[in-house]
Design a protein around this ligand. Structure first.
Ligand code: NAP
Length: 306
């Protein structure tokens, strides 16, 4: 079968190659993949993994081989799921605990966009605790995770402040529930109870100053790739602030992932969550879409269809 693997030739960092069929472990089903999403994390990996390495966490497709233990969806079921970095392929074996059924009303790109971005935003907000009536600041709000976090926080009753890098990146955020959209704190003066940061560097440092004593900071990325630097009075000025780092593949060990994926699907079906698919490309020609994401020109998710 074919899969997208890391490559040093060409400008996309990936190429289609022949790889072995998935090996089915107990508790896994094989899915024929129809669409996969691209995360910034995968873009980073293309530069760090040896050529020929497999990629891909987000998949949507159809079960072609049900799990031998009888659990999980039957053959023919449309599903979305979270793969172990081998999902950008024609077929992938997925733990049934990381799969959820898809209604026909949800198309492949919308489904593929959900797992990593949706679960990361959901778990980051759950770390923050109560949201009703609280103020949440989301940095990198124009990106894949950020756009879901804005929607979930708003739906949970929070006042949402969205920080983005430019006016272009702000597109649609007010309609998704952002009460304030700001250019990385250019005008920001409002204290916040909760900070969700994926930018790191100066943005985190700046955003941290807005957190109230006793507030919660959940960091789940360092897109800037800079050293973490907090204000010199970081603790004294904000006693009781808790600082968390969330890593999705660590976090999922403590969650009902299948149930949480089903929850996200249900929100989409009920028009309470938009997965924000911004660009769909054929997986045989992924370079322009990958470049767009890397260059911060995609307001949401890039999805590759097979
Ligand atoms: N820990 C985990 O398990 C986990 C899970 C998912 C994602 N992540 C990380 O979270 C971050 C966001 O992921 P994503 O998939 O939402 O990415 P994305 O769609 O590319 O969004 C990233 C956002 O970061 C902003 N940004 C700030 N500084 C940047 C810089 N120096 N270069 C590029 N973008 C910059 C961009 O917005 P502006 O152009 O508006 O500044 C963009 O909206 C990434 O770092 C990713 O690796 C971590």
């Amino acid at each position: 079968m074919k899969a997208l693997v890391t490559a040093t030739d060409g400008d996309s960092g990936v190429r289609l190659d022949s790889v072995a069929e998935p090996e089915l472990l107990p508790g896994q089903a094989v899915v024929a993949v129809s669409a996969v999403a691209v995360n910034r994390g995968e873009l980073s990996l293309t530069a760090h993994l040896p050529p020929g390495s497999r990629l891909g966490w987000d998949v949507a497709g159809t079960v072609v081989h049900a799990a031998a233990d009888g659990r999980g969806p039957a053959v023919g079921t449309r599903v979305l799921g979270l793969a172990d970095r081998d999902g950008w392929a024609e077929r992938v074996a997925l733990d049934t605990g990381r799969l959820a059924k898809l209604p026909v009303s949800l198309d492949w790109p919308a489904a593929a966009a959900l797992p990593v971005a949706g679960l990361t935003a959901l778990y980051a907000l759950q770390r923050a605790g109560r949201l009703l009536g609280r103020t949440v600041l989301v940095t990198g709000a124009g990106g894949g995770v950020g756009r879901v976090a804005v929607q979930l926080a708003s739906a949970a009753g929070a006042r949402v402040i969205a920080w983005v890098g430019s006016a272009d990146r702000a597109q649609g955020l007010d309609g998704l529930g952002a009460d304030v959209v700001d250019l990385y704190g250019a005008k920001h003066t409002e204290p916040v109870d909760i900070l969700l940061d994926s930018c790191g560097g100066e943005v985190l440092s700046q955003a941290f100053r807005a957190v109230v004593p006793g507030g919660t900071v959940v960091s789940f990325g360092n897109t800037a790739g800079a050293e973490l630097r907090l204000p010199a009075d970081w603790g004294r000025a904000r006693p009781g602030v808790s600082l968390h780092y969330l890593h999705l593949f660590d976090e999922i060990t403590r969650h009902d992932v299948a149930g949480d994926l089903a929850f996200l699907v249900q929100l989409v079906v009920e028009n309470r969550l938009d997965p924000q698919v911004a660009r769909v490309a054929d997986w045989t020609d992924p370079a322009p879409a990958l470049r767009g994401l890397k260059d911060r020109q995609v307001n949401g998710k890039v999805v590759l269809v097979l």
